[in-house]
Design a protein around this ligand. Structure first.
Ligand code: CMX
Length: 135
């Protein structure tokens, strides 16, 4: 079962341009940036109370985020839900016939394990499941 919204992912053209809005205008706590090589993105995390926002910048023209911005412009890219046991959740979704992008967990930011469901299976909302790193 899902525990909570882990974060909302927002596609931006430039982290340098977008970070000041979230940090200085909206006043969120900036946690820093990280390159997630496997996903071809550089991300910036912000904390706002119990909520987290992830800004995503493409690190290559064939990044999913570059393709998304080309098609839609900047904007909300995905919703991520926290789960306790990602492998078990993916196995269950597979038996339920849900179209997955990732049938096995992949590496996300902060050592999390992540997997995406296909937006065609989730009403047009790109959905990520993530399991926090142990400890
Ligand atoms: N939200 C909702 N719909 C989306 C979407 C998104 N973020 N990205 C693509 N789509 C839709 C497209 O609009 C398109 O719909 P139509 O066929 O109706 O036009 C359809 O999905 C196919 O999209 P596409 O542009 O042809 O692109 P691809 O199929 O090549 O890729 C997707 C789409 C979702 C499979 C790919 O972006 C993907 O694998 N995403 C998961 C990985 C990812 O996004 N990583 C970056 C973030 C990593 C992180 O947070 O760490």
């Amino acid at each position: 079962t899902t525990k909570k919204i882990s974060h909302v992912g927002i596609a931006v053209k430039s982290l340098d341009a977008a970070v000041p809005l979230y940090r200085d205008v909206l006043g969120m706590e900036f946690e820093g940036t990280e390159v997630v090589a496997e996903q071809k993105v550089k991300v910036a995390f912000f904390v706002s109370g119990e909520s987290r926002i992830e800004l995503l910048e493409a690190t290559s023209p064939d990044s999913p985020v570059a393709k998304f911005i080309e098609k839609n412009g900047e904007g909300v890219h995905h919703l991520a839900y926290e789960v306790d046991d990602l492998k078990a959740t993916l196995a269950r979704l597979q038996t339920q016939g849900v179209r997955l992008i990732d049938s096995e967990p992949r590496r996300g930011a902060h050592g999390t394990a992540i997997a995406f469901l296909h937006p065609k299976a989730t009403g047009g909302v790109l959905t990520e499941l993530c399991q926090p790193a142990q400890g």
